[in-house]
Design a protein around this ligand. Structure first.
Ligand SMILES: CC(C)(COP(=O)(O)OP(=O)(O)OC[C@H]1O[C@@H](n2cnc3c(N)ncnc32)[C@H](O)[C@@H]1OP(=O)(O)O)[C@@H](O)C(=O)NCCC(=O)NCCSC(=O)CCS(=O)O
Length: 377
């Protein structure tokens, strides 16, 4: 796919940042579970935390292809940082940009787009993951406030973030149309981080259980109209899925490059292992899968830039990219042999980091379900 000049510039800037500011620290952040605060500030300075937000609201006013290119590079540097960036841009900023009032944009979107405040997205609940419309968190009107009670699960930046987009039932008799969205600053009394999860990977990004205990939110913080929440969630997850697909490509590429470099150095049976056909063919398959995934990502992103429907294409990109990413990372470990299983080499961490891409922002089976819907007469 031919890239425009500004897209190449964004990609190269992100690549340089990833090489210098992410790659050298990723293993340490993973081991110590360190939130990459300085790197996130650096992303903010580069305009990467408001990439899709117009300049008038403090953003960089970039297109989705540029955004996908940047995410791929950041993910190639560190998967966890790319998750924070993806959630913040796609499902943190975008709902406010698309559905927010001017006051909400002024108060929340502008500092978020400048990278001064980090966003989180609170849809999933302990009993409502894939079946997102069955959520139980309640919001009850009390004068000029809404009072939120309930639990949210798997919330990226739930403790480190500043502004959460929260979905809650405002009319229990109205089904999907009884769900509303709220902007909740995470320092609101009653926003409780009840647990920071221990995970397989992405240890530098916090994943939290959040409990809302009589959490009073001003009525002016409702996002969109009452009852519009489910639609807001699904519409923004569409863009979010392109982001997860892009970060899958980035992590797969990082593992591939490590394996390719290793194969060009390591010798067995008197020659470099890349000169063994079994290794060369494995690398060829890895490179082909990564390119195919990237093309799916860019197609979905380009459709979104053209304002065309792209739900199916976004789901295809996420499904394919996240699944081949695990295959590629596994193959990268195989090429490293026993060393690939050690923490001394990056492929061990990338393999753990990439696994969740098949789960968050819609599991692979949810993507298949949405794609299949588009195939029915
Ligand atoms: C499984 C599902 C796909 C099922 O969806 P539904 O059948 O319940 O939804 P619909 O009836 O099709 O749609 C409801 C409503 O929304 C409108 N809609 C749907 N998609 C879009 C879209 N892409 N753009 C705009 N509008 C859309 C649709 O037209 C309907 O409106 P009307 O009623 O017609 O007016 C779904 O439940 C699903 O995707 N499940 C997976 C949920 C998921 O991905 N969860 C992970 C969230 S991530 C999280 O919470 C953790 C935070 S993290 O840090 O990332």
């Amino acid at each position: 796919m031919r890239l425009e000049e500004h897209q190449i510039m964004v990609r190269d800037t992100a690549r340089e940042f990833a090489e210098n500011e992410l790659k050298p620290h990723a293993a340490k952040w993973d081991i110590h579970h360190t939130f990459p605060a300085e790197a996130i500030a650096g992303l903010g300075e580069l305009g990467f935390l408001g990439m899709l937000v117009p300049e008038e609201y403090g953003g960089a006013g970039m297109d989705h292809v540029a955004y996908a290119l940047a995410l791929e590079e950041i993910a190639a540097g560190d998967g966890a940082t790319s998750t924070i960036m993806s959630v913040h841009n796609s499902v943190g900023c975008m709902p406010i940009l698309k559905f927010g009032t001017e006051n909400q944009k002024e108060k929340y979107l502008i500092p978020m787009a400048r990278g001064e405040k980090i966003g989180a997205f609170c849809l999933t609940e302990p009993q409502a993951g894939s079946d997102a419309s069955s959520l139980r968190t309640r919001a009850v009107r009390d004068g000029d406030h809404w009072v939120l009670n309930g639990s949210k699960q798997f919330i990226t930046s739930g403790s480190e973030g500043d502004v959460a987009i929260v979905f809650a039932v405002t009319d229990p008799d109205a089904g999907k149309r009884g769900i509303s969205a709220f902007i909740v600053p995470t320092d609101t009394p009653g926003y409780v981080v009840s647990r920071v999860e221990e995970k397989l990977g992405q240890n530098a990004s916090d994943t939290c259980q959040i409990t809302f205990v009589e959490c009073r939110v001003p009525a002016e913080n409702m996002l969109g109209a009452e009852g519009q929440g489910y639609k807001i969630a699904l519409a923004n997850l569409e863009g979010g899925r392109i982001g997860i697909a892009a970060q899958s490509v980035g992590m797969a590429r990082a593992a591939f490059e490590a394996a390719r470099d290793y194969a060009n150095e390591r010798e067995t049976f008197g020659k470099k292992i890349i000169d063994h056909q079994a290794v060369a063919f494995r690398l060829a398959d890895m490179a082909t899968k990564i390119d195919a995934a990237r093309l799916l990502v860019h197609r979905a992103a380009a459709l979104r830039d053209d304002g065309k429907p792209c739900l199916t294409e976004a789901c295809m990109a996420k499904l394919y990219a996240s699944e081949i990413a695990e295959q590629v990372c596994s193959a990268a470990i195989q090429i490293h042999g026993g060393y690939g299983y050690l923490k001394d080499f990056p492929v061990e961490r990338i393999y753990r980091d990439v696994r969740v891409c098949q789960i968050y922002e819609g599991t692979s089976d949810i993507q298949r379900m949405v794609i299949a819907r588009s195939l029915a007469d």
